[in-house]
Design a binder for this molecule. Structure first.
Ligand code: T1G
Length: 655
């Protein structure tokens, strides 16, 4: 067996008469310029060496090829470009077999699609997730995948950027066989036998015929989910084109579209989000700190938040002990948790065995002494300082001294709660977003006394839950609610200045928010903010601008959608502009002699983005947020900020 090296990241071994080419470009075998050059050199060698009858492509570690090198985007292209490498593979005179040892994504799958056979290990993850980066596949994915799996399946996968596991890829026909063990040995056998028959070149296959109605339905569903984003719509157009255009025409149109989208603001924003997510949760100096072992999680309070947190922890494999004040409340809490799991079974997201396994790891009791065995206890009780401090005092006498204590408070000062425990270093904030078993965002509050290994444990817990942890310091509302308060305050200033709620909401929805601010306000209820404003009234700066409109709505009993009236009215549940509110707004303006002016949608969005970004700058200056991209992630994942705009800090920077 002889070994050759073709570039820094591409080497090969000749096993009998098959050249096994291995890509080793950590961390994800991205198709960098060196990988592309190495693959071309390996193909040159295989072409010339008569001792080579076939070629195998594979990767090191748990990744086949993670895609094009996103870090190269926005820089001058370096030859050989990926489409050239891929065309060479497909046209190669000798068999080229993809031995998919792990993730084959984006350009990685496009390389595999051009191979003459694809065999995969069960750990393989397969997909064309380019639309999540605001682009479309740019090296043949929209033209070759439909030739293997048909137009409908290709639209669904590519327009949604959905990644499938190996067994689904096998069923769909993306891969030719699933190999449990000795993937390379099997690939060698396949490659050698392929040398004796005509090669199956994907690009020469016809797109299997499908019903036009099914195609139209798949396309409509993809466009509905895209909510106005360009890339999914372009992906649908290109996949449909594959059925009628020649491969060359389809590839040319795909490349043109890819280059246009790659250079768009939308793609720049989504690349920003991609790298931001990977930077989030990294705390300088914490890399060397070992997290404490967490296997049993206690949750005090199994109401709306507590039950959601319990399900998230059960889903992640933890044992969970829910605690309530009475047996009756404990039974209700268990019913609530079981109800969430039953809904998951009904929707097909969970099977009954999975549900039963989760319930077997759940205890819900009325006796807090059960928490003595917990490694982490999360309080999710009523958001009142007295209630929480009394609880912390009580828990001090129950928990192991090395158990971590987390508060889920949204608005209280975790440092004030921590004064109640004799072990302040074990306290950390875990601010979940409701519903806690669904929402990815989790603000991890690094309190004044939180020990480094407690913070590291909280981050490890968040990651095992599949959450997106964002570390923040202690301030009222942490990152998300503080930015949201600034955003809401600015919007109310604009209402007082002349804009109407529905005009502001319309501008936000055109910009990309699923719902406008005032509609969200009505859905959440006005009374929570009203109570906070009344609490703060005594200490409010009299010189600061204050808008009474929201108070007036509450004084009139207009608490939002659940009472049928808020910023809007809701006849038959339909959100409707209410003349009564407009009159109340005009009266409030008149009291301040304000001459109302009109705002364009662009002025509305610009002013609100600035308000959010200014508050974000303050959070950075105060050291509450570690990086601007964390603030973007919080607003995207917790407050509906459109990801294809990159978040308030990114968007404000680009305006
Ligand atoms: N390019 C450059 N860097 C990448 C990368 C990529 N494609 N994928 C990941 N990284 C970096 C990431 O920033 C992080 O860096 C480290 O690798 C580990 O990532 C022509 C044009 C492969 C499933 O969209 O889904 O192909 O923080 O934490 O959890 O049509 O990475 O360590 O400095 O995510 O093990 C299409 C994107 C590209 C796949 C591995 N491909 N990557 O997950 O590691 S466009 C994708 C992933 C394309 C073609 C088009 C995941 C992963 P750092 P990680 P992981």
């Amino acid at each position: 067996m002889s070994a050759s090296r073709f570039s820094d990241t591409v080497s090969a071994t000749l096993t009998d008469d098959v050249l096994v080419v291995t890509i080793d470009n950590p961390p994800v075998n991205a198709l960098s310029a060196d990988v592309r050059a190495g693959l071309m050199a390996a193909l040159d060698h295989a072409e010339k060496d008569s001792a080579v009858v076939a070629v195998i492509l594979t990767g090191t570690g748990n990744t086949f090829i993670g895609g094009a090198d996103i870090k190269e985007f926005g820089k001058p292209p370096i030859e050989p470009l990926l489409p050239l490498v891929i065309a060479r593979v497909e046209k190669f005179a000798k068999p080229v077999v993809a031995a998919i040892n792990g993730a084959a994504l984006g350009g990685g799958l496009e390389v595999a699609l051009a191979c003459h056979e694809r065999i995969a290990s069960p750990s393989a993850k397969i997909g064309l997730p380019e639309v999540k980066l605001g682009i479309v596949p740019g090296a043949g994915g929209t033209q070759r995948l439909p030739r293997l799996i048909g137009t409908v399946a290709a639209i669904e996968l590519i327009a949604n950027g959905r990644i499938v596991l190996a067994n689904e890829a096998d069923k769909l026909g993306i891969i030719d066989s699933l190999i449990e063990n000795s993937l390379i040995d099997s690939a060698i056998v396949s490659a050698r036998s392929a040398a004796d028959v005509p090669l199956r070149r994907t690009g020469t296959l016809p797109v299997p015929p499908g019903s036009q109605e099914a195609v139209d339905k798949a396309a409509a569903e993809a466009l509905r989910k895209a909510r106005g984003q360009r890339a999914p719509a372009e992906a649908v157009r290109l996949v449909r084109l594959a059925a009628t255009a020649s491969l060359a025409e389809g590839l040319a149109e795909e490349r043109r579209t890819f280059v246009t989208l790659r250079d768009s603001d939308e793609a720049a924003a989504l690349r920003h989000v991609f790298f931001a997510e990977r930077a989030a949760g990294k705390v300088d100096g914490l890399e060397k700190v070992s997290p404490r072992k967490i296997e049993t999680v206690g949750i005090v309070g199994t109401g709306l938040m507590g039950s959601g947190i319990a399900v998230a922890a059960l889903n992640a494999g933890y044992s969970v002990i829910g605690i309530e004040q009475t047996r009756e409340a404990a039974d209700k809490g268990r019913e609530r948790i079981a109800g969430i799991l039953d809904k998951a079974v009904q929707s097909g997201r969970l099977d009954t065995a999975g549900r039963d396994d989760r319930l077997s790891r759940l205890t819900v009791a009325a006796d807090a002494a059960e928490l003595a065995q917990a490694d982490l206890v999360i309080e999710a009780v009523f958001d009142d300082l007295t209630v929480k401090t009394e609880l912390f005092q009580r828990l001090d006498g129950i928990l192991r001294t090395d158990a971590i204590l987390a508060t889920n408070t949204s608005y209280l000062d975790p440092d004030a709660i921590t004064t109640a425990t004799a072990h302040p270093k074990r306290v950390v904030g875990l601010h979940f977003f409701s519903p806690a078993n669904i929402m990815r965002l989790l603000e991890v509050v690094n309190c004044k006394r939180t020990a480094p290994d407690v913070l590291a444990s909280a981050l490890a817990f968040a990651k095992r839950l599949g959450k997106l942890p964002i570390v923040c310091g202690v301030t009222e509302g942490f990152i998300g609610n503080r930015i949201f308060s600034a955003y809401r305050r600015e919007a109310e200033f604009m209402v007082e200045d002349g804009a109407l709620p529905h005009e502001i909401d319309a501008a936000l929805e055109v910009y990309g928010f699923p719902m406008g601010l005032f509609a969200v306000y009505d859905m959440a209820g006005l009374e929570i903010a009203w109570a906070r404003r009344k609490r703060q009234a005594a200490t409010r700066d009299p010189a600061a601008r204050y808008v009474v409109i929201a108070d007036r709505l509450c004084e009139a009993g207009r608490f939002g959608q659940k009472v049928g009236r808020g910023w809007y009215s809701y006849p038959d549940g339909k959100r409707t502009v209410d003349a009564e509110v407009t009159a109340l707004i005009k009266a409030a303006r008149a009291e301040k002699d304000i001459t109302p002016k009109s705002f364009t949608a662009d002025e509305i969005v610009t002013r609100l983005l600035k308000a959010m970004a200014d508050e974000g700058d303050a959070l950075l200056a105060e050291g509450i947020a570690a990086r601007a991209s964390d603030i973007d992630l919080v607003m995207i994942n917790g407050y509906g900020f459109p990801p294809h705009k990159g978040g308030p800090m990114f968007a404000a920077g680009r305006r």
